[in-house]
Design a protein around this ligand. Structure first.
Ligand code: SAM
Length: 207
């Protein structure tokens, strides 16, 4: 009886993939991943690209989970804002194994020496920003998973109009990847910043 392995590949740089994940990928019959994660797959391996085919991939996983050793690669750690959830909701727990990875959140905190045991975590990926100011008021430290539309500038503009005082803000871009950037600032300055926020960004707001 085979299983589905949901493997966290870390924040981007190949070296962050844990050896356990690397070995499992090598031994899989087939690997499902987005284009961004192709560098983690050894040459010659059978691959299904995830983009635009989420439902087909889920169907394939459900049909083949017990007969093929399927690896599903997700960025960072599978336990946080990940395709992993769809798979674990669909399968029985005996049909899959989760292989942890280093989350972008962990690397962001490590880069600035911040412990994250008291951090609130939010994603605004494809979401409205409504309610975000209230969350920032009640939580001392909040980390926000951004997207191409909800950039650090857009989020800061939203927050400056709604929260009291000058909250500190740190934007983390493309962690571990070429062009990594860490911008230590505050929401008022970030709100004025005209920048093309290319790639992957996290925003830490603290009071
Ligand atoms: C679908 S979520 C996946 C999160 C992933 N499971 C994790 O543990 O990092 C994608 C979002 O994570 C954040 N992210 C992922 N990798 C990143 C990186 N290398 N640098 C900065 N943010 C990153 C960005 O906010 C991006 O939009």
């Amino acid at each position: 009886m085979e299983k589905v392995y949901i493997i966290g590949t870390g924040p981007g740089e190949l070296e962050f993939l844990l050896p356990v994940g690397k070995n499992i990928i090598k031994s899989c019959d087939i690997v499902i991943a987005s284009s961004r994660l192709m560098p983690f797959i050894p040459e010659g391996k059978k691959v299904i690209r995830l983009e635009g085919k989420y439902n087909e991939c889920l169907e394939f996983i459900q049909k083949n989970a017990s007969t093929k050793k399927i690896g599903v690669l997700v960025s960072g750690d599978p336990g946080i804002f990940s395709f992993s959830k769809k798979i674990t909701q669909m399968l029985d727990s005996s049909q899959y194994e989760i292989v942890p990875g280093v989350s972008s959140l962990q690397l962001a905190c490590a880069r600035i020496g911040l412990s994250w045991d008291d951090l609130s975590i939010i994603s605004v990926h494809g979401k409205s920003l409504r309610g975000l100011a209230e969350k920032c008021e009640v939580n001392k430290k909040i980390i926000i998973f951004c997207d191409n539309k909800n950039t650090p500038t857009r989020i800061s503009r939203y927050l400056t109009k709604r929260i009291k005082g000058k909250a500190r803000a740190v934007a983390f871009g493309n962690l571990s990847l070429p062009g990594e950037e860490i911008i230590k600032s505050d929401i008022i300055s970030l709100a004025k910043r005209e920048k093309e926020w290319k790639g992957l960004w996290l925003l830490l707001i603290s009071k």
